[in-house]
Every structure is written in C-alpha cells, then in structure tokens.
Design a protein around this ligand. Structure first.
Ligand code: NAP
Ligand code: MG
Length: 485
C-alpha cells in the first residue's frame, strides 16, 4: 500500500493534521493507497501558493508560447507513461483497462490541444467613434479552484488543468475522494514539464472539508465543478458571497431516441453503448432509451439478447467490457435504483448483483422497459448501468418525452430521415446532440449542458474562454485637453 502526499507549491506535503484516508480497489474492496485528509487550513495553504504564483514570480512572465510548450511536454510524458497510468486508473475506479487506455490517450490530446491554443488567444480592436484606440484585452482570470468527480479521474483533471494553464491561470485541483491517484502521479512531472511551483496544486480530501473551503475562499477567482446537481447547487450558493465565476457540469438523464427507420443493428449497439459504457458512470449516459412503438418489442428483445453477452469482470482483464462500480456507496445507490425499477417498470435483463465475481462492487447491466417518463428511474440520475426503455408513438411525442426532464446535458437521435433528424435536433433542449451515434467526445468540440445540467462550456475554444477575463483599454489619441471644465 502506497502512502501519497499532496502537491502544494511544487512540494509533496502532508495535511497539517497529519491525517490520511484510504483509497480502494473497487474490484476486490481492498485498500490500495492512502492520501492526506486536507482541511480548510491545507486548502488555504494551496490557495496562497496559487495566489502567489499568479501575482508574482515566474508565471506572469511566462509567455503564451512557453505555456504551450509546457502543455506539449506534459502530453508527451502522459503518452510515455500511458500504460502505467491506465493500469492505475482501472485499479482505482474499476473501469475496463481498454477504456482507461482511451482516457489516457484523450488526456494527452487535451494537453496538446490547449498547448496549441495558448498562442491563439486574441484580443480585439473596438471601432469606437472617438479619436482613440479602443482595445479588448484577454487576461487570465486568476486562481481557479477545480473540483472533479470519480468517473473519469485523470481526464476530468486534464479538462480542467489544460485550458487554465493555457490561459495563464493558476490552479488548486481537488480530485474526488475515491479516485485521487492518477492526478497525484501526474503531479510528479509538472516541474520537468516546466511548471513553476504553485501554478498547479493538488489537494486530496472530502467535499465538505476540502471542497467547500476552496469554493468559499476569497482569493479564488473561479470555480470549475463537475459532479452531482445537488452539490452544484450548493456551490453556486457558496460562491455567491465572494462573487466568483462558476462553471458547472452536473450530469443528466439523457434521451437516446430511436425511430423505426434507424439502422436496426447499429441502433441496438448504440443503445447499449450509450448507457453501459464506463459501467454507466457517465454524465451523458443515454439512460432513457426512447423507442418508436413500431419497433418497440423487437428492439427490447434484441437489446436484451445483446446485453446478455456483455462481459463483466476484473478491470485489468482485456476481455472485460464492464467492471465494478467505483465505491460501496455508489454500489448501494445503484442497487437501490435496481430494486426501485422493479416496481416502476418490467425487467428485461439484470436487476441485481452478478453471482461472479464474488467480491467487488459489481452490478448487472440492467434494462427496464415499459417505463413511464415520470418514474423516478426515468427522472433521477442513477450513474450506473441501468436503462429505462420508454415507448413513443411519433416525433412530437418523442420530443416531448425527451425534453421532459430537469436536465439538458446530452441527447441522441437515430434515423435515416435527414429532415426528421434536423427537426428533432433543433427541438432538443440539450448541450450535446449526437445523430446515429452516442458518446464520442472530442477536445475540439464544446461540452456542457442546458437547464439543470449546468452552465459554461468545456473543451475547444469555449473551454479557454471560461478562464479569461476581458479588459477594456481606451487610449486617447487627442493631444488636446478634454476641455469640459
Ligand atoms: P459529488 O458529491 O457531486 O462529488 C463531486 C465532487 O464534488 C467531488 O470531488 C466531491 O468531493 C466534491 N464535493 C462534494 N461535496 C462538496 C461540497 N459541499 N463542496 C465542494 N465540493 C464538494 O458526486 P459523488 O458523491 O461523487 O457522486 C454522487 C452522484 O453525483 C452520482 O451518483 C452521480 O449522479 C453524480 N455524478 C455526476 C457526475 C458528472 O459527471 N456529472 C460525476 C460524478 C457523479 P468528494 O469526492 O469528497 O465527495
Ligand atoms: Mg462524494
């Protein structure tokens, strides 16, 4: 078992209370590491380091080109160490090794993308009517507090850190209590990549004791949060006292809509991939599967047959398609919804814990059908491999059901009728809409939600915008006095 320290001001440190908490392997419920249990005082130390690094020292003098090169070097290092990172990620969060390998590759791509973007942040010349030069300068927003979940631990860290570094901000990142390990491993490479001390600080701890003080801290200028809607709402309230900029990515209850004219084989695969990838622990999971009545019975049957072949197993075995859930807490939560589903719909497959593997937080891929959209399993984010299949009669009804949710992160529509596809795409109230696919995510394209799925966008040029301020500069070109008084 490895004991980790936190990374503050370029150094490995303990919490001031010297306390640690355990980190588990969810596939066998064993402790694999322990990390410092940070509190408000530790958060303050990290924020002070980030503040000092932003206000003085080497970072403000670092050019955009150099920030870009730092990100390229980080990308290169992540690629070099990808096998080790992927293995640790799978051990810590339970996702199949093949998925961790994709995640780590995406981490490197994310650093590269923002490395390139660092030198493409442009200001503006404003066409004011006076004899003056009016400019809009883009400047880094300052110290960013970044709070992330456990479903894509290293990738969420990269989505947060890369645009912030590119913009010239400094960061205090708090990984999820369950999954801090890969971010801590990566911190060991920051200095080699050229990051001055204090630019990126990583603190480990719990939401209430380490996350909340970060949100409330008066020296933090912005909070970037990914996680549950309930915590997101608290963050907005906590951030109000110091009027911080906040961006939120809060998950959803995304509809995956299948019309009768869709390619049937592709549709079945897309329905399962949409909701079962990463054990269903995906903010954009297509957890409401809306199916046109003309193909409904055939669809439920085919999806069930195919789901029977999903191989559950240890995350590090290459043939595994579904690993354990991340934690005991999440396992119990998903088990609760599996039981609830039996009262709200009919079981097509799953609904419990598999007989094997005997240990670990495994649950069966579960499909409920004949579910009403008003059911709790169709309204609440489960964050596990549990799908609710809902029939619909026509396009109007499909759109109505799809939008009948407080969330609006993602949606997908499957059809070969391009006119229908465009009508539905336009009518969907969601930040991401896939057509004849679900889940592919690219650093070049915007990511974020409508409605209670949050606000702000990550990735692409939108992602760096969230770390920039705009300063108006007015340069008077008249040599005469103003002549008013
Ligand atoms: P969560 O409680 O929202 O946790 C997300 C992050 O926020 C974690 O780092 C967490 O720290 C931190 N946090 C918790 N309470 C906080 C507070 N009062 N102030 C500041 N930070 C705080 O999510 P979870 O407990 O990991 O999972 C619960 C549910 O959230 C899931 O079942 C799922 O529905 C949803 N979820 C959504 C996403 C998404 O991508 N949208 C991701 C993960 C989970 P701790 O790790 O110490 O709790
Ligand atoms: Mg939590």
């Amino acid at each position: 078992m490895k004991r980790y320290k936190m990374f503050v001001n370029g150094e490995w440190v303990e919490g001031h209370r010297k306390g640690y908490f355990p980190v588990y392997d969810p596939s066998n419920e064993e402790i694999i590491a322990e990390v410092p249990d940070a509190d408000e005082q530790d958060v303050d130390r990290a924020v002070k380091a980030a503040r000092a690094a932003f206000d003085s020292g080497a970072w403000p003098a670092t050019t955009a080109q150099e920030r870009g090169r730092i990100l390229f070097r980080l990308a290169e290092r992540v690629r070099k160490e990808s096998a080790k990172l992927a293995e640790l990620e799978s051990r810590n969060c339970g996702k199949p090794i093949v998925e961790s390998e994709y995640d780590v590759a995406d981490v490197a791509t994310c650093f590269e993308y923002y490395g390139g973007l660092a030198t493409k942040v442009l200001g503006h010349v404003n066409p004011v009517p006076d004899n003056a030069l009016s400019l809009a300068l883009r400047e880094p927003i300052g110290v960013a507090g970044q709070i992330i979940p456990w479903n894509y631990p290293l990738l969420m860290a990269a989505w947060k850190l890369a645009p912030a570094i590119a913009a010239g901000c400094t960061c205090v990142l708090k990984p999820a209590e369950q999954t801090p390990l890969t971010a801590l491993e990566m911190a060991a490479w920051f200095a080699d990549a050229g990051l001055p001390p204090g630019v990126v600080n990583i603190i480990t701890g719990f939401g209430e004791t380490a996350g909340a003080p970060l949100v409330r801290h008066s020296d933090v200028n912005k909070i970037a949060f990914t996680g549950s809607a309930s915590v997101g709402k608290q963050i907005v309230k906590m951030a109000a006292d110091t009027v911080k900029r906040v961006t939120l990515e809060l998950g959803g209850k995304s509809p995956n809509i299948f019309f009768a004219d869709a390619d049937f084989e592709a549709a079945i695969d897309g329905a399962l991939f949409g909701v079962f990838i990463n054990q269903g622990e995906v903010c954009s999971a297509g957890s409401r599967i809306l199916v046109e009545k003309l193909i409904y019975p055939k669809f439920v049957e085919a999806a069930t047959e195919k789901a029977k072949r999903i191989r559950l197993g240890p995350p590090l075995e290459r043939g595994t398609k579904m690993g354990p859930l991340v934690s005991k807490e999440q396992y119990e939560r998903v088990r609760m919804y599996q039981e609830l589903g039996k009262t709200e719909g009919k079981v097509a497959i799953g609904g419990g814990r598999p007989a094997s593997p005997a240990k670990g937080y495994y649950v069966e891929p579960t499909i409920f059908y004949d579910v009403k959209n008003s059911a709790r399993i169709a309204q609440e984010e489960i964050f596990g491999p549990v799908a609710a299949v809902i029939p619909f009669s026509d396009e109007t009804e499909a759109i109505r059901i799809a939008n009948d949710t407080p969330y609006g992160l993602a949606a997908a529509v499957w059809s070969r009728d391009i006119y229908k596809v465009f009508r539905v795409v336009k009518a969907l109230r969601a930040g991401i809409v896939w057509v004849n696919h679900m889940q592919p995510t690219y650093v070049e394209a915007p990511w974020g939600g409508y409605k209670q799925s949050g606000f702000g966008r990550e990735l692409g040029p939108w992602g760096i915008e969230e770390y920039l301020e705009t300063k108006q500069v007015h340069i008077n070109l008249n040599e005469q006095p103003i002549g008013w008084y």
